[in-house]
Design a protein around this ligand. Structure first.
Ligand code: GDD
Length: 317
């Protein structure tokens, strides 16, 4: 299949690229700007695409005529969405509209995967044990609102043009290569710096009582690949482990893995303006549709992530 990944240089995009290439798909990497320092094979696969420039999006998609588009390009950080809600809304909503509308206007039969978020359910999580696709969405921050709006408007445009459109709602995912700004990478990077003697033995953390549903990014990629390769009915699909994990427990485990003693310092600046306490998903629908299940052991994935940060930090010494 000819597959265009937008946001291909991001954490998830790089994993998806590798998996799709290994499965002999013809992969096009949609990137904001081609980085000449990248390896030559990646440069050859790359196309510059500014998702806010509809004309350019149209030319690119018309040129590639992809069988599938996986629209990963987004502002995906909850805290940053409070810093710049306008940028978050514009990138996530208008960017998605442009992609879906262009496919419709060009009368292509491209399957489109838009990437939403479990954050879309927002405060509903407080009243629901496990969130399913039919749980109401009541987003509590600009990022979550943008992802919900993007998914809804994509669905409406897809209906107008009779497109094949899937909106996924992945729950929290993590793994080697994830940058700081997300809780497990924040903790792991700080621990790695302490171990390397680059920081005092005290690490700063935010709110530890929240509970989230974490999945290894490589399992999330498996789900995307199955959704790409199989005939799947249009609609929304949750992707998560269904297991609720308290942030404090994750921190305790990472500290156990550390080679040196680590002290915890609560940093109230890291607290959220609005915190959804417990977000856990019901992923029965995707499990029944494409027979997907996460395979990675959670603790192994935490260790892989810490090891990745150990290597990353040592390179910078
Ligand atoms: N980032 C971060 N850093 N979060 C912390 C920290 C810290 O040092 N300490 C505690 N937390 C808490 C946050 O307050 C939140 O309750 C939880 O850890 C998870 O935070 P994040 O990893 O930043 O993830 P998120 O849940 O806000 O959003 C992520 O998951 C979504 C899927 O549910 C992002 O990856 C989104 O892009 C994604 O859609």
């Amino acid at each position: 299949m000819r597959i265009l990944i937008t946001g291909a240089n991001g954490f998830v995009g790089r994993y998806l690229e590798r998996e799709l290439v290994s499965r002999n798909h013809e992969v096009f990497l949609g990137v904001k700007q081609i980085d000449e320092m990248e390896d030559i094979v990646r440069i050859q696969r790359s196309v510059e695409i500014n998702i806010l420039d509809k004309e350019q999006v149209k030319n690119t998609i018309d040129y590639i005529k992809p069988d599938v588009i996986v629209h990963l390009a987004a502002q995906s950080n909850v805290i940053n969405s409070w810093v710049d809600p306008t940028y978050t809304m514009t990138t996530n909503i208008i960017g998605t509209i442009n992609i879906v509308e262009v496919v419709g206007e060009l009368s292509l039969s491209t399957k489109i995967l838009t990437i939403g978020s479990s954050e879309e359910y927002g405060i509903t999580a407080k009243y629901t044990n496990k969130l399913s696709e039919s749980s109401p969405c009541l987003p509590q921050n600009p990022y979550a609102t943008s992802k919900f709006a993007a998914g809804e408007v994509a669905k409406q445009i897809a209906k107008k043009y009779h497109l094949n459109h899937i909106h996924v709602r992945p729950f929290n995912h993590f793994g080697p290569g994830q940058q700081e700004g997300f809780v497990i990478s924040d903790f792991a990077s700080e621990i790695a710096r302490v171990e390397a003697g680059l920081a005092s033995n005290s690490i700063k953390v935010g709110y530890l009582e929240a509970e989230r549903d974490f999945t290894d990014v490589r399992d999330i990629i498996d789900a995307y690949v199955l959704l790409i390769e199989n005939n799947v009915p249009n609609g929304v699909y949750n992707i998560g482990s269904g297991v609720s994990r308290r942030i404090s427990e994750i921190l305790d485990y990472l500290i156990e893995l550390a080679d040196v003693p680590i002290n915890i310092e609560i940093d109230y600046a890291k607290y959220r303006i609005s915190e959804v306490e417990n977000i856990v998903g019901d992923s029965t629908k995707i499990q029944q549709t494409i027979d997907w299940k996460p395979k990675h052991d959670f603790k192994d994935s935490l260790k892989d992530t810490l090891d990745w940060w150990r290597a990353a930090v040592s390179v910078k010494i």
